[in-house]
Design a protein around this ligand. Structure first.
Ligand code: SAH
Length: 370
């Protein structure tokens, strides 16, 4: 049987690609070659798959598509971070970021020992966290697994880094657990040994805590590292900062974290965006220690990346350090996230596509929270 035309090769897991080739009347083993061309070598055109026969390449081009996000704009930060604006097949746009962990001094991505890719999972985001620019866009649509994985292919190829050792964080635009199936499919595709072979241990999924998604994640055979965007220590304040808290509150969320299966030495990261005079006091720090009690946790403090339209301020370094010290003194492992790529608005919470960049400040909310 000849398959429907327009099946998108970029969106198929290896076993689906094998099936598609069988349906085409072709040998199944070619699927591995094709998967490798697409995901490992970043090739975007069937014609370039030089170890396939001309007939097969023509058949592929006739019956399938190979959709690849297109780089519309590329910006590089003084610290070596690269941000790209990508256009998807339907014209929608997303941003993705590549952060090199370079040897001292070098800002050239080609010198990187390790690269961290920060991927988007949705066009926009429905969560509307009060300090996040992406939330201002609202949600447009979910990304497909092919589009999530496609960000890595495109960025790695652009930076000539397909062979680099990399780490993936699902911390770009969107809430991964709000696009559960495609996100998990993308994690499986990234892990495939015929593609980039990124072990889920090198993937971190960051979530506001969509509870049904979290419960499902707990049952997955391939499990990424988990980061929870906590950001607040009281229900009343988190209701305002992270609105989904009104549906799934802190206590329920932390109970789910207590039940979450972790292997030896694994821990859940709790992200805490620091907002000056809102959630950065010693009392907040002590409450956070109490909340995390009994959970295999580590804290990650994110001093706010400020942006026009975001009605909060970044605390002084001294306030961040004081907060971190309270956690550390009480036995909670804590780190402070470096804000990479702030000069090109590539840092956490700064991703938004230009057309949606409007400064509609929500000053009243910030004042109400003081
Ligand atoms: N939706 C997911 C992943 C996206 S954001 C989540 O919320 O976890 C990755 C992290 O950046 C989250 O912890 C998010 O709350 C944080 N963040 C958002 N806006 C920020 C800002 N302006 N400054 C610092 N961190 C921010």
């Amino acid at each position: 049987m000849v398959p429907d035309t327009n099946l998108d090769i970029a969106d198929l897991e290896l076993h689906d690609l094998e099936q598609a080739l069988t349906d085409l009347g072709s040998a199944k083993f070619h699927a591995r070659q094709i998967f490798q061309w697409v995901h490992k070598r970043g090739v975007t055109d069937f014609a370039l798959m030089s170890d396939l026969s001309r007939e097969l390449r023509q058949a592929l081009a006739q019956h399938f598509t190979l959709t690849t996000p297109e780089i519309v704009k590329k910006e590089q930060s003084a610290d070596g971070t690269t941000k790209v604006l990508l256009q998807l097949a339907d014209g929608k746009r997303i941003e993705s970021v590549c952060i090199p962990e370079n040897p001292a001094g070098s800002t050239d991505p080609a010198d990187a020992d390790r690269l961290t890719f920060c991927l988007s999972t949705q066009v926009g985001c429905a969560m509307k966290c009060a300090f996040c620019l992406t939330g201002r866009m609202g949600i447009d649509r979910n990304l497909t697994a092919g589009e999530i994985v496609g960000q890595v292919r495109v960025l790695a190829r652009e930076l000539d880094a397909l062979d680099a050792r990399f780490t993936i964080v699902l911390m770009g635009m969107g809430e991964p657990l709000h696009n559960y199936d495609q996100t998990m499919k993308a994690i499986r595709m990234l892990a495939d040994e015929h593609g980039l072979a990124v072990s889920p241990r090198r993937v971190t999924l960051s979530t506001v805590g969509v509870l049904p998604g979290l419960e499902r994640l707990a049952t997955e055979p391939l499990m990424p590292n988990l980061a929870i965007s906590l950001h607040s220590t009281t229900e009343a304040q988190r209701d305002l900062l992270v609105p989904i808290n009104r549906k799934y509150g802190i206590q329920e969320l932390l109970d789910a974290c207590r039940r979450f299966p972790l292997k030896r030495r694994e821990r859940i990261t709790f992200e805490y965006v620091m907002l000056k005079d809102v959630n950065d006091t010693p009392d907040d720090a002590r409450r956070l220690v109490r909340l995390l009690n009994g959970i295999k946790a580590k804290g990650n403090l994110l001093p706010l990346n400020e942006a026009a339209g975001i009605p909060f301020e970044r605390p002084a370094d001294a306030a961040v350090n004081r907060f971190a010290k309270i956690l550390a003194d009480r036995g909670v492992t804590v780190s402070v996230r470096k804000s990479r790529g702030r000069d090109i608005r590539a840092a956490c919470g700064q991703l938004i596509t230009e057309s949606s960049r409007s400064a509609a400040p929500g000053r009243r909310l910030a004042l109400a929270m003081r």
